[in-house]
Design a protein around this ligand. Structure first.
Ligand SMILES: [Zn+2]
Length: 406
């Protein structure tokens, strides 16, 4: 499977450009469909274009089983990438899900509830700017009208991109029927940090997705000549902004969080002009919601002393993945492991978080990333760790579907 995926959307940097509803995306969707056909999985698409491949030997159809109270268990992830992203973010979860199904079938397991391998569309939001668009529209967390009006860097709307891919934009919308089939979701993902390197473990179970938010800070100043204006007479917007960058770093360090000022806009933006307005964007995240909010309070209070106006652009509280499901997966994995399987929170968003928010019990498994680098061509996972991930996913899936439902 890796050999087939390797050239799709590869660019000069060695990374990947696999954006939603492009030719590369179409190739990946065809690849997924081909893998499912080869396995005699029953491929369906929801109204958003997420691909669900069902393994169910009856009695009756998948919907018969669901109607009888046996909702399915889904495993999978996404195939799209960020600009110049790595090979593993997304595809590792899809490939591992297919491999786990192979393993269970080879072992003669007959599932007691339907099993789906899912490939979510547009997880990264690289083209249209909204992450997890596929699962957000599916679950009603992103209105179809808003999604269809999004534009890419070339000015192409989401609606036109769908049309160009041969799809009907009118069909885009929440899909309760598709969602009802899913009683649980397990997403395996490459770790996007270095915790497992330090813990010397190949696989972890996720606990939650960290609370995270974005704030915009406008620092006021007065434009004037950089040569003739005495220092004492200046109102330089950059001074307050500079303090923001440094205080965000130190406040994050002292509170065990992370904070980033990754975007700045300077007005008028001339080398020889004192800035009249500097706008900076603060991104803050951490395991502890109270600490993240305290960090932001501390940093913005300092900014207000420089006259800054502070606007919260977004805030997502802790997304708690299903604790019961995580405990169950941990018990399964602990059974065979020499050491207890680590439990990690994550600062990155995932489709599993969107489904969890929609009320689908969801869990995640992370596979060790030797450098911790992600969203970069340098992203990596060792072959043995990938195999450990497949084994872990297969063991978990077997536990969830290999005996009576519930
Ligand atoms: Zn991902």
């Amino acid at each position: 499977m890796w050999a087939d995926l390797e050239p799709v959307g590869r660019v000069g940097s060695g990374g990947y450009r696999r954006f939603a509803w492009t030719d590369e995306d179409a190739t990946l969707r065809e690849w997924f469909a081909g893998e499912c056909t080869r396995r005699r999985l029953d491929l369906t698409e929801d109204r958003v274009g997420n691909q669900w491949a069902w393994w169910w030997d009856g009695p009756g159809t998948v919907d018969d089983a669901v109607a009888a109270g046996h909702r399915g268990v889904a495993v999978g992830s996404h195939l799209d990438s960020v600009p110049d992203g790595g090979a593993f973010d997304g595809p590792l979860g899809v490939v591992s899900a297919l491999a786990a199904v192979d393993e269970l079938r080879a072992a003669g397991v007959r599932p007691t509830v339907p099993v789906a391998v899912v490939s979510f569309v547009d997880e990264e939001g690289a083209r249209f700017g909204i992450a997890c668009a596929g699962s957000r529209v599916l679950t009603g967390q992103l209105a179809p009208g808003r999604a269809l009006a999004l534009t890419d860097a070339d000015g192409t709307t989401y609606a036109d991109a769908l049309r160009a891919a041969g799809r009907d934009p009118e069909l885009l919308g929440p899909d309760e029927e598709a969602l009802r089939r899913v009683g649980a979701f397990v997403e395996l993902h490459v770790e996007q940090g270095r915790a497992l390197v330090d813990l010397d473990a190949p696989v972890a179970v996720a606990s939650d997705i960290w609370p995270h938010g974005r704030w915009r800070l406008d620092f006021p100043g007065e434009a004037n000549h950089a040569g003739t204006t005495r220092l004492a007479d200046r109102r330089d917007a950059m001074i307050g902004y500079a303090e923001l960058v440094l205080s965000a770093r130190s406040a994050a360090a002292s509170r065990g969080c992370v904070a980033t000022v990754g975007k700045v806009r300077v007005t008028p933006g001339g080398v020889n002009a004192i800035p009249s307005l500097v706008t900076g964007w603060l991104d803050a995240r951490g395991a502890d919601e109270a600490q993240v909010l305290a960090l932001v309070e501390e940093v913005t209070e300092g900014a207000r002393r420089h006259g800054a106006e502070v606007v919260r652009e977004s805030w997502t509280p802790t997304t708690v993945l299903d604790a019961g499901l995580a405990d169950r997966l941990r018990a399964v994995l602990d059974r065979d492991a020499a050491i207890s399987v680590p439990v990690l929170g994550t600062g990155a968003g995932h489709d599993a978080g969107i489904l969890a928010t929609a009320g689908v019990p969801s869990a995640m498994l992370f596979v060790r990333n030797p450098t911790g680098v992600s969203h970069s061509p340098a992203e990596h996972a060792e072959r043995d760790d990938c195999h450990a991930g497949v084994q872990a996913l297969a063991d978990c899936l077997r536990d969830l579907v290999g005996r009576g439902p519930g």
